[in-house]
Design a protein around this ligand. Sequence first.
Ligand code: CAA
Length: 379
Amino acid sequence: MNFDFTEEQIMVRDTAREFAARELDPVAAKLDAEGEFPADKVAMLAEMGFMGVAIPEQYGGGDMDYVSYVLATEEISRACAGTGVIMSVNNSLVCDPLVKYGTEEQKKEILAPLAAGEKLGCFGLTEPGAGSDVSSMKTNAVLQGDEWILNGEKNFITNAPNSQFAIIFAYTDKDAKHRGISAFIVPMDIDGVSCGPKEHKLGIKASHSSSIFLEDAKIPKSYLLGELGQGFKVAMTTLDAGRIGIASQALGIARASLEEGVAFAKERQAFGKPIARLQAIQFKVADIATRLDAARLLTLRAAYLKDVGKPFSKESAMCKVFAAEAASYAATESLQIHGGYGYTTEYAVERHFRDARITEIYEGTSEIQRVVIASNLLR
Ligand code: CAA
């Protein structure tokens, strides 16, 4: 067993760490306060190969492994969790299924600009009446001649307002239940595709989410992704990988909470000494750090399994639920260490507290992760 990173992985981590400190730390509070999409920072991430970290070079990607992707996502999210999810969605919910299920033409035409970060993508699975229960979606696609015609509504779609392509899931045969769902590549600028207003969210405000409306949206027959009726599987396998990305985002939020809690505890004086010398504070720091390390080990294991081509569905659900809950715990406890100051925007921990919460909800709630873990154990 070897816990050491390769030289390449260390290089990716350090590059992301330096970028986050130089480019994101100074603006993260402003991006949050103003709900501003960091287009310039996303362009810089693209230049570093971070919009398609583990995508082969021949398709515009960074040609690194999923462990590197975890390391990079943690570093970016440590500084700005909103930027972290913009990157994560493009990498694992959009580029990853295009690598796995795309035709050679789709890879050349659509994956390459997405992986290079010249274009941005989103993942249209959720609907107003279909969140955890994917099969209850209503969006449908009908083949007419050489075109698919899509109708329906997707909601809470991260990156939708800034994307050029969406992967959209729709019924092509309602009677076949989940085996009648198919996946499609939908350009966002065609007639019949529009976005609703940007959601007003609790956190990750640098990343924009909205509904996507499909009203007789016509796409070429060749934009079917994977096989007809394979969409549920495309969605599930994509989410297996995506959840590792969200776990990495949660690691970044937890680490920011820890580092800022420690710094505050060393500075803040009470009862004639820094509060870091009080056992009540020490226990909080110890518990945050232990959960963070456990979450990181689970996340790296899931990424490693994906890299070596072994099954990782259960492990990705485990890292997602554990890292998300560790991030919420870390932010809550760090805010408590900060006392009244932590409740103000003067300190970043209130942002981490808000940002952490979504990691327990999107790409499968913590309850769904437990369903996935249990169903793997109880088969
Ligand atoms: N890999 C491959 N196949 C899988 C699979 C996986 N991980 N999980 C399930 N399947 C297969 C099953 O083997 C089964 O196959 P058959 O066709 O042979 O029957 C089929 O899929 C149906 O499986 P289930 O009966 O288990 O399906 P279910 O309807 O009970 O749902 C679920 C299971 C785990 C609850 C699933 O629906 C789920 O993960 N729900 C959560 C959805 C989710 O994560 N949404 C997040 C939205 S995306 C987002 O948040 C993006 C964003 O913008 C940030």
